[in-house]
Design a protein around this ligand. Structure first.
Ligand SMILES: Nc1ncnc2c1ncn2[C@@H]1O[C@H](COP(=O)(O)OP(=O)(O)OP(=O)(O)O)[C@@H](O)[C@H]1O
Length: 590
């Protein structure tokens, strides 16, 4: 039985099929869930946490409050007016991040009185049981991952959105970077959620489209969500929405979390906005090179990663970092400020991109002098892909950039941690990589003062790098590329700055970090309260899932018992009755 005190109780029957149900019982609305138990039984047999509900069907309040005698008689206690159907996602595993531990379900309640239905709907509205109606733009990339986004959209996302009452417009991406154009042009008056059915790449494009608009300050507030249908799916895996039912549920419930955004700027090139990762070296090359194995789905990263590991390169350059929290939060322009008309989000240290300002001033500092890097990675989510869980310490909304780097080039030293620890979040604990937290990164690729000096801060010329003298120095083979959210970026002097909590990412209502760091001190209390509520919802869902998995295992045990009994009876029949005579006759003859 749920421990929470009921807000309201109703007499009604319940069933998982829409046909008649003879069992009468009591439906209770408690602060976090609705529960139903058969009459005279203290234990709840149906429990549906509100955060798992994505839609319902019920008579309209207008119909229920009909006052004319005629209509009163017409609809009086007709089954249609007494029925409320609730659509929800049923968690069958207490591991809420499990990809297979959730499915769709519908429960039908048949009330005894029309007045009860009306009271129930009014209470449900007060307790925010059902998601609020919104208008969503659904952006589907038919070419993401192994090409199943359209199927996912048609069979899971759209039916669930339709049940939820969300008004949906659907659009397919038709070419590379089409999502940038769509997000750039989307009418913000028309849409209040932008939901992407794709991999992380299309979400990256959406963010770039929204932030390059003249009204970016408004556009950045549009809630953006992701139903995973790509090959990496790092964000969905990190949020625990790898299951498409769960991802769609989260989008329908519409809870958002602040998302840190990163500006990656190079001289004379348009700025790129990123939400997931920036990398250089082995991991960047593997990610970009894996594009040709796209048909392999998530396996493409492992194949390309292995090839790159056994053919390790060295990447020379200098890296400077700004201590965390040094970027001014005021990069978010208040709507009434005169700067509000600026064409894109400001960055503070743009002057560092200038060729003359080679050494950035304090408080910037250079990473320990390394002759070269073998890998460098800054990531904003705990997972790099579905199969690589990097570190549970990573938060996507704490205003901190986390940077891991290494100059290790021994193949086995890199391979071992990736084989042993890529799924357990301990990859960084093996001492393979050094770590620092920062608020900005300046990367100057190339070798200073060497015969083939490529520190011109322009794109590193592959031919120059491959020159004989550079090879004699044993410094590197090729310059590689920068990888920004899975997209290639030329290796040139690059400045990356953080915009803390800049956008609103849809996250499940029960999603919480183990330890929350606030964006600003003022927001601390509010965030703590939010996280506490999310934690409570997660506990309820896990509790209910445990009960369900308990019921499933009881059924399984009962079936096993029946099979065992059948086996015993058959054996008995064979050996101790006619069967026994038959067997012994055969035995005698032999
Ligand atoms: N109709 C299309 N034809 C060709 N490419 C497209 C089309 N629509 C989108 N794209 C491109 O597909 C690329 C990959 O998209 P997406 O991120 O959805 O999948 P993914 O790369 O497999 O997944 P992940 O980013 O999670 O690894 C993006 O660069 C996008 O621009």
């Amino acid at each position: 039985m749920s421990e929470a005190q009921p807000c309201a109780e109703f007499a009604c029957s319940a069933s998982f099929t829409s046909g008649p149900n003879p069992f009468h019982g009591t439906l209770r609305l408690t602060p976090h869930e609705l529960s139903w138990s058969p009459r005279g039984t203290p234990a709840d047999s149906i429990r549906v946490p509100y955060c798992s509900i994505y839609g319902h069907e019920a008579p309209t309040l207008a119909r229920l409050t009909a006052e004319t005698q005629e209509l009163e008689e017409l609809v009086q206690n007709s089954a249609q007016d007494l029925r409320v159907s609730i659509h929800f996602v049923e968690f069958t595993s207490p591991d809420l991040k499990s990809t297979s531990g959730a499915k769709r379900a519908t429960v039908h309640f048949l009330f005894e009185q029309r007045t009860d239905v009306r009271r129930f709907l009014e209470m449900a509205e007060k307790c925010e049981v059902f998601p609020k109606p919104r208008r969503a733009l659904l952006l589907v990339n038919p070419c993401g991952g192994i090409g199943i986004a359209k199927t996912i959209s048609d069979t899971v996302v759209k039916p669930m959105l339709q049940h939820s009452g969300l008004i949906v417009k659907e659009q397919y991406t038709e070419y590379r970077r089409h999502a940038v154009d769509i997000a750039y042009k989307v009418d913000l008056e028309d849409v209040d959620t932008l939901l992407v059915v794709s991999g992380d790449g299309v979400l990256h494009e959406v963010i770039n489209g929204l932030l390059s608009r003249p009204d970016w300050d408004r556009a950045r507030q549009l809630p953006i969500g992701l139903v995973p249908a790509g090959s990496g799916n790092a964000i969905a895996t990190s949020l625990g929405t790898r299951n498409t039912f769960v991802a769609t549920l989260a989008a329908i419930r519409g809870r958002t979390a602040k998302l840190d955004i990163f500006s990656a700027a190079q001289r004379d090139r348009p700025r790129i906005f990123s939400m997931l990762l920036f990398s250089w070296g082995m991991m960047a090359d593997a990610d970009i090179e894996s594009d040709k194995y796209r048909w392999l789905g998530g396996l493409r990263f492992e194949i390309a990663g292995f090839i790159r590991m056994i053919r390790l390169r060295r990447y020379p350059g200098k890296v400077y970092v700004l201590p965390p929290k040094h970027t001014q939060v005021s990069t978010i322009t208040p709507p009434d400020s005169p700067d509000h008309t600026q064409s894109e989000p400001t960055i503070q240290y743009a002057s560092l991109l200038d060729r003359s300002s080679d050494e950035p001033p304090k408080p910037w500092r250079m990473l320990p002098d390394m002759p070269f890097f073998s890998m460098l990675l800054s990531i904003n989510f705990p997972c790099v892909s579905e199969d690589v869980f990097f570190s549970s310490a990573i938060r996507f909304n704490d205003g901190i950039m986390r940077l891991w780097y290494s100059c290790e080039t021994r193949f086995w030293r890199i391979l071992l941690p990736f084989v042993l620890d890529q799924k357990n979040g301990k990859l960084v604990e093996r001492g393979l990589m050094q770590y620092t937290e920062c608020g900005g990164i300046l990367i100057v690729p190339g070798v200073e003062g060497k015969p083939d000096d490529v520190t011109t801060h322009e794109i590193v010329d592959a031919n120059a790098v491959n020159s004989l003298s550079a090879q004699k120095l044993g410094i590197y083979q090729r310059p590689g590329v920068f990888d920004i959210d899975g997209e290639a970026m030329p290796t040139a002097r690059t400045l990356i700055e953080i915009h803390p909590g800049f956008m609103n990412l849809i996250a499940p209502e029960w999603f919480h970090h183990a330890r929350q760091q606030s964006v600003t001190e003022g927001e601390e209390g509010e965030l703590e309260e939010e996280e506490g509520e999310a934690r409570q919802k997660a506990e309820i869902l896990q509790q209910v899932a445990r009960t369900r998995s308990g019921v499933v295992s009881q059924v399984r045990e009962a079936v096993l018992l029946l099979v065992a009994m059948a086996a015993v009876i058959t054996t008995y029949a064979l050996f101790f009755s006619e069967g026994f005579q038959l067997w012994s006759g055969i035995a005698q003859r032999v």
